[in-house]
Each structure stands twice: as structure tokens, then as C-alpha cells.
Design a protein around this ligand. Structure first.
Ligand SMILES: NC(=O)C1=CN([C@@H]2O[C@H](COP(=O)(O)OP(=O)(O)OC[C@H]3O[C@@H](n4cnc5c(N)ncnc54)[C@H](OP(=O)(O)O)[C@@H]3O)[C@@H](O)[C@H]2O)C=CC1
Ligand SMILES: CC(=O)[C@@H](O)[C@H](O)COP(=O)(O)O
Ligand SMILES: [Mn+2]
Length: 395
């Protein structure tokens, strides 16, 4: 029986993970669940999955009523509050597998703790790799942890790579290029001058995927693809020149690997995160994920294009940040989290997300060789800077 900790259980990835786990009660047991502030849903999940531990990360909440409610379900469920408890759960000796499904850099410490303690780490939280990719990959190598990408494109690439890929890297594996697909989001065909009018509701309505708000906005700006370029470079040990972003509006091909002999291997499937989640849970085997197979006659057309730099300035910013190295990607990620949150709160416009991000990237000094505390400090400075710009925009 695999003991699984689902961090970010109340979110889109968390709930999809629990859906897959519920289909295989003989193989997976939920050891712990975490939420930030959604206590109602966390209590419901606790009743259904009967974990050993619950974590509530928001320290401003009074959890006395919640604790009583949980005790009425099962007095042996431990309840912990605060972000440090995530680190304890991620490294607990009873836990085999950690699903890292918290949104944003708030997921970094627990992803790192799971990597350092040699767990099977199912990584949906791409921001961990964006902020501290080198340190996270180093921790995986040192501890012997198993890192399985859950982000649909990276999971697809992982499925298309040769089994012994990590031994010699991209050239020895005969790989010419990794082709990272992206839908282009809901505004792919809008006149560019109309983008200033985009509302949070429109930006969160992804054409193919049902996801949390932050990643949905990132998909609309294509910052998501930019973060995914950085994620892929760290995961697969490649440079940005060994990867190409291909627009694919249908989100049926989840990414491809192009080989030197002319072969291109692609992974296809419904736009349903239960497929990569199930593959992560069961790897190297496969299990039922509750996902219908593709009906190619109904799909009829798969189309491809090149992303337009003018429409998607955030994509270029992310690639530049990764190429600059040092703390640039951490700065960009932090500024973007603040800018997206301000956009969702109707404080800035859609196109101002890229403006705030660019200002942060250009204004903060790039620092090299930082340890995890240094990166977190840079993240905090970038947030402060972004918030000051957002305040000016609001006036
Ligand atoms: N959704 C998807 O299909 C995909 C998501 N991903 C990645 O997976 C991660 C999760 O995305 P998604 O599920 O969409 O996000 P959601 O917004 O749906 O869920 C986020 C989860 O994180 C918790 N959370 C929010 N803020 C904090 C915090 N400060 N500290 C600790 N926990 C927090 C939330 O708790 P609460 O509910 O209580 O607020 C919730 O459980 C992201 O990194 C995203 O990029 C990658 C590929 C696809
Ligand atoms: C499901 C998933 O992995 C998302 O990251 C998805 O890729 C978002 O769609 P975009 O291709 O529009 O960014
Ligand atoms: Mn993705």
C-alpha cells in the first residue's frame, strides 16, 4: 500500500489526484491532506479519505470549530497549522509519495523537503522548479528521490523519452529537439489591441482545461508556457535552444520529442489531468484513470502554429530570465504571482501583468549562487517591488 500525502488537496490537481486514488483503494492510501483556507472542503475530504494527518497552512484562521468537526469524524486524525507543517508531512517517515499540488512559490519548501527525504515526488507545482530548479534537482540526485513530472506537457515528454534518458542526456539519446505544446489560451485570436479589456472571468475560461485561477491566467498570457520552458530545462537537463514551443490550440498532443532519425514521438490524450496523475502514481505501470480514450474521427483536426511574441510578451520574458540564470527566474515568478493576484482582484489590467513582470526583471539586481534562503529573500524583494508598481498603477 502506497502512503500518499496530497499537498494542495482542495485545488484542481489535488481533487483530480484524489479521484484517481479513490479508484484504487487497494494500492493507495491517503496519509495526509493539506489546504490553505478551504476548511469546508478539507473536512469533506477528511471524512471521505480518513487521512492520518491534516494541514491547514493559513495561520490567520481560527481552526477550533474545524478541529471539533474532525474529531467528530475520527479522533485519531492529527491536525497541524502553518506552512512548517507541510515540510513535516512531506518528509514524514510514513509517507512514500508526495503529490506537490500547492499553487505558487508557497509549494517550494515542501517540494524540497520531499526531494531531500528521498520520496517519490509527483511534481505539479512547477513554480518550485522555476524558483529553485538547480537546488531541487540536486536534492533529488543526492537523496535518490524519484521525481515524476505531473504537468501534462512534462509528463508527456517523460513518456516520449527513452527509458535510459537520464544516463547520457539529450545528445546520447539521439534527441534533436523537445517540442513543448501550448494552446495559446482564450485570446489566441483576439485583436491584440482588445487585450487591455480582458476581464478575470474571461482570462480564467481556458478553452480546453479546467484549472485553478492562477494557472488559467498564466495560460492566457502564456507565462504558463514560459514557466514550463524553465521547468523542462531543469527536468530534462536541456538548454532553451534544445526546445521549441509549438502552438497547438486543441490540447490533444501534450508534447513531443523529435529524434535525429526523423521520428517524432508524441503523447496524446484527452485534456484531463487524471491521465498524467495516474501515470505518476503508478509509474512504470499504468492504471485506470477514469479518462475516456480519444475518438480521432470526432477530433478531426490537429493544428499547429508559432506563438506571436507581441501577443505573448510573458513567454519571451520567462525564456530570457532562464537564460540570464541566477535569481532572475525567481524574481519573474514572484512578480508574476503578485501581478496575477492583482489582476484577479481587478486592480490592474490584463496587459499590465507583463508590464509589472518586465519592470521587476529589469529593476532587481540578478544574484548568482544563492542558497534556498537567498532565493526566498529575492522572491520577497520582487514581491515588494511588484506591489509598489501595482500601487502606482492603481492610482
Ligand atoms: N490545474 C491544473 O490542471 C494544473 C496545475 N498545475 C500546477 O499545479 C499547481 C496547483 O494548481 P491548481 O490545482 O490549478 O491550483 P488551485 O488554485 O486549484 O489549488 C491550489 C491549492 O493550493 C492551496 N494553496 C493556495 N495557497 C496556498 C498557500 N499559500 N500555501 C499552501 N497552500 C496553498 C489551495 O488551498 P485552498 O483551496 O484552501 O485555497 C489549494 O489546495 C500549480 O503549481 C499549477 O501550476 C500544473 C499543470 C496542470
Ligand atoms: C494542463 C496543463 O498542464 C496546463 O499547464 C496546460 O498546459 C495549460 O494550457 P496551456 O497550454 O494553454 O498553457
Ligand atoms: Mn502544463
Amino acid at each position: 500500500m502506497q502512503q500518499v500525502a496530497v499537498l494542495g488537496a482542495t485545488g484542481s490537481i489535488g481533487l483530480n489526484t484524489l479521484d484517481v486514488i479513490a479508484r484504487h483503494p487497494e494500492t493507495y492510501q491517503v496519509f495526509a491532506l493539506s489546504a490553505h483556507s478551504n476548511l469546508t472542503l478539507l473536512a469533506k475530504l477528511a471524512e471521505q479519505f480518513r487521512p492520518r494527518q491534516l494541514v491547514v497552512t493559513d495561520t490567520s484562521l481560527d481552526i477550533r470549530d474545524f478541529s471539533q468537526q474532525i474529531a467528530s469524524i475520527d479522533t485519531s486524525i492529527g491536525i497541524f497549522q502553518g506552512p512548517e507543517a507541510l515540510v513535516d508531512v512531506a518528509s514524514a517517515s510514513d509517507v512514500d509519495t508526495v503529490m506537490a499540488a500547492i499553487v505558487g512559490a508557497a509549494g517550494l519548501a515542501s517540494s524540497l523537503a520531499a526531494a531531500e527525504s528521498g520520496k517519490k515526488l509527483l511534481l505539479a507545482n512547477k513554480e518550485s522548479l522555476v524558483v529553485a530548479g538547480e537546488l531541487l534537482m540536486q536534492a533529488v540526485r543526492h537523496s535518490g528521490a524519484t521525481l515524476l513530472p505531473i504537468d501534462s506537457e512534462h509528463n508527456a515528454i517523460f513518456q516520449c523519452l527513452p527509458v535510459d534518458y537520464s544516463a547520457g542526456g539529450i545528445e546520447q539519446a539521439g534527441i534533436a529537439k523537445i517540442l513543448l505544446t501550448g494552446s495559446g489560451g482564450p485570446f489566441r485570436e483576439w485583436p491584440i489591441e482588445e487585450l487591455v479589456k480582458v476581464t478575470p472571468e474571461q482570462a480564467c475560461a481556458h478553452p480546453n482545461w479546467d484549472m485553478g485561477k492562477k494557472i488559467s491566467v498564466d495560460s492566457a498570457t502564456m507565462m504558463n508556457k514560459g514557466l514550463e520552458v524553465i521547468e523542462a530545462c531543469h527536468l530534462f537537463g536541456i538548454t532553451t535552444s534544445q526546445l521549441e514551443v509549438v502552438l497547438h490550440p486543441q490540447s490533444i498532443i501534450h508534447s513531443m520529442v523529435s529524434y535525429v532519425d526523423g521520428s517524432v514521438i508524441a503523447q496524446l490524450g484527452q485534456p484531463d489531468m487524471r491521465t498524467p496523475i495516474a501515470y505518476g502514481l503508478s509509474w512504470p505501470k499504468r492504471i485506470d484513470a477514469g479518462v475516456e480514450p480519444l475518438d480521432f474521427r470526432q477530433i478531426a483536426q490537429l493544428t499547429f502554429d508559432t506563438p506571436d511574441e507581441q501577443r505573448y510578451p510573458c513567454l519571451k520574458l520567462a525564456i530570457e530570465a532562464f537564460e540570464a540564470g541566477g535569481s532572475a527566474a525567481a524574481v519573474l515568478n514572484a512578480a508574476n504571482e503578485e501581478a496575477v493576484s492583482a489582476f484577479l482582484a481587478n486592480q490592474i489590467g490584463f496587459t499590465q501583468i507583463a508590464e509589472v513582470n518586465e519592470m521587476a526583471l529589469n529593476s532587481l539586481e540578478n544574484q548568482f549562487g544563492l542558497d534556498i534562503d537567498g532565493l526566498i529573500q529575492q522572491d520577497l524583494r520582487a514581491r515588494e517591488f511588484a506591489r509598489s508598481r501595482i500601487e502606482r498603477i492603481k492610482q
